[in-house]
Write a protein that binds this ligand. Sequence first.
Ligand SMILES: [Zn+2]
Length: 1003
Amino acid sequence: MKLKGIKIGLLLFSVCTHQLFAQSYFQQEVNYTINVALNDVTHELNADEKIEYINNSPNSISEIYMHMWPNAYKNNATALAKQFLENGETKFYYSKEEDRGFISGIDFKVNGEAVKFVYDSVNIDMGKITLNSPLAPGQKLIITTPFHVKIPIGIFSRLGHMGQQYQITQWYPKPAVYDANGWNAMPYLNQGEFYSEFGSFDVSISLPENYVVGATGDLVDGEKEIAWLTEKAKITESIREFNKSDNSFPASSDNLKTLRYKQSNVHDFAWFADKRYHVLTSEVELPQSKRMVSTWVMFTNAEAHLWKKSIPYINDALYYYSLWNGDYPYNQCTAVDGALSAGGGMEYPNVTVIGTSGKDFILETTIMHEVGHNWFYGILGSNERIHPWMDEGLNSFNELRYMRKKYPSLRLLDEFAPRLSGRFFNIGHYKQKAQYELSYLINARRNLDQKIELPAAQYTELNYGGVVYSKTALVFDYLMAYIGEEKMNKIMHRYFDTYKFKHPQPNNLRKIIEEETEKPMTWFFDGLINSTKKLDYKIIAVKERKDFTEITIKNVNNIKGPVCISAVNEGKVIANVWYDGFYGKRKLSFPPENYDSYRIDGLLEMPEINRKNNTIRTKGLFKKVEPLRLQFLGSVENPDKTQICYLPVVGYNMNNSFMPGIAIYNNPFPQKKLEYFLMPLYSAGTIDYAGQASIAYNWFLNNDFQNIRLSCEAMKYAIGEKSLTLGAALLYNYKAFTIYKLTPQLSFELKRSNSRSSLKQNLFLRSINIYEEFLSYNYPILKLYNSIQKNTINEISYNLKNSKALTPYSLNVVMQQNNNSSSGSSFMKLFGEFKYRFVYKKKGKGFDIRLFVGKFIYNNGADSRYGFGMEGGSDYTYDQILLGRNVYNGMFQNQLISTDGGFKHQTGLLFAQNWLTSVHFQSSIPKIPLALYTSAGATDVKNYFVYETGVALVIIPKVFEVYFPIYLNNKTPYNVTTYTQYIRFALNLNLIKPFEFARDFTL
Ligand SMILES: [Zn+2]
């Protein structure tokens, strides 16, 4: 039967192709010849290109996918433009046409004949050549085209010019990689790198002859150019003092020169040109072959004082990467100084570009990191877009090794902070690894991390650094500590020798590691690399047995990685023993000896998520508690100490007057499950104590909820004047003067649809217990009485926030309920606030819309202050920070509460006891710190309709703004008679959250 035959045929075919792919790795070869001329007046390139494409695959090819990456800078629809917006970056979106870039003038011919070429309909920086006849396996063809590139300004990404400094990267039409997975066509991205075919480049660059050029490859017939550069190097060496402030461009020479560069076994070609460059040159001998490699650094005056010391950085990088992985196979290596926008530096074969460094240490690490990419990216050409850890992560691992080798006692964080503050903040003791560890932990602790094995574009910006770079460096360092440095070198050399000038996949590396260690690497590849599972062992007990020490260890997380036990005397690690990993509890035997304490991972070699459960002392009480350390302000977590942070503070409001005191809290970095905050204050105004405190427990989950947090806050402040004027008007009046508030709260943060989503949703349940202490004056008896009114408001609220770059918006819906047993009144109300912003080009500027709707579901005689206020509510929940609560004179009475109706000025309306609605528009004025606003509102109070318009002085957007009315249709409000009394200000101190800010934006 035919059907069966077909089935068998298909089966046979699939077996064959499977074996084909399994057995024969293939790789296409692409050789380029490019002639390019730079126009440094119009900032354009005019070029022609010849590509030799050799089909080494077992398949016939009928089309060739091309990368046309300069088009990434063409318009706001490109993948690059979209990624910028997703990352909250609006610079490109609002850039002018003339500052953008593109490729044009394309006329592809294959073997001299015209072919069909179309740009991709979605990504205009990709295209497809349809061949007139298929290219058979083993055959080659020649693609030719002229092309023209308009160079964008250099503030967006990797290709660009800053004046007449040129960074010519990702600039020419280039076939995508065709491999066992088929075509790997991809649009250009800023976050997410590259994948290219190996081959050779023969590139001739024409430009004015006073340009210094750093490029991929060796100069052909370049004696004259090299002599000129060497002469420049001599001059550079003789300069004592560089003129830092002179960064002007000399005029371009009328004479042109053509520099021809050739290089084989590379997969990209980049070049950098600047007339201002100083030059230094040297040579380095490779450790195995003893071959000499020429090194060059090129830099402007801007950071010449750092760059003049940079030759050893490039030389040492070449030496150590060669030593640990395999000798550098090219003749020259260059580092150039460039105003780059895609991070601190960027790598290309033989040439790297380095951004502004500011410090010797940063310049050295950046140069060595980018030079290191010649191995992890250049020679080992993995698919960086899909497996970014294979280049960035393995490179960061080598970077870590380099820093440790060269600076064994370097305390890394010292280099990021002045020495004094390093000591001050107790970060001095952290060694090289601290930056990797912290940048991983900051998200891993909150379960916001992503796995190492993920395509580059799927990471959040924080995880791209914290996981791809840092976690990979940490886990390979862990592996090296476990298997030994010698074995690690053997693995890396074998990886290098097997896959140099090839496209290795993760499994290729895994196979080598497993064969060399003769161990299954499930815990490593499936656990640490391919999941977000965490490593955490806990030390339970120590017992002296007859001829060994028995140490009980428990795996309290979900990676079965090897564990190292250290014996410690006087704070120093004396002995280390590694054990294979396990789940659950194990009794491990340790060589017997008298030690002060035992510690899991005393040398900090494991990527432990929690080091607080790692130590046990052999003597004394509280064997597992670390000694206390008081820490000013805050620090990063120190596993050897129980840190308590403190900060002297002075509070102020009109009722309490000045309140000196102290804030005491546990260390905020990285975030803890249990958090506490205590702030006792002494109130000078009331001669009494005041302050607040909170305690919270976080569950950092990874199911439908990202985080569940149970907290309780308490506070006490004065809310009125304590001394009463016993004037006639107040004889039968009273004033509230102290508020005590206790708020248990349960909050849920819903898991985002994906890690990069800008949409965040929270649900809050809280019970606001308010104790208002009143001082009353009883008229007939002429006696002052204290009385306390207790009130509980139960609240459920839902908050949705979309922080997307151009049009962020938020919705907050609240339902409140209250039963007042003493007065017998009760209410339930529902209200919602919707905010929408259209962001203007300039940071902090935009057009805002705010909409408010509030309605009582029932209202049985509730106090009028629970009603909706047109110019803000009465803040009966005491959530706002007000400088002068219940104050009716002086400037503080003009602080407005931005809730409810949100009017900026007094309307004279009473609190609405049924419903209220309002709308508010505010538009920033470009270039000046002013905004125009207008509001309209209506309430059930006699169905009165109010509106206002005015000018706002924006001192700190959203936080501190002052409002000057232009027109109000209000009734004359109580106690407001002069224009200055209408002026009001918003001071939203609640919006300032330093710890949250620091957690999300530092490192
Ligand atoms: Zn890198």
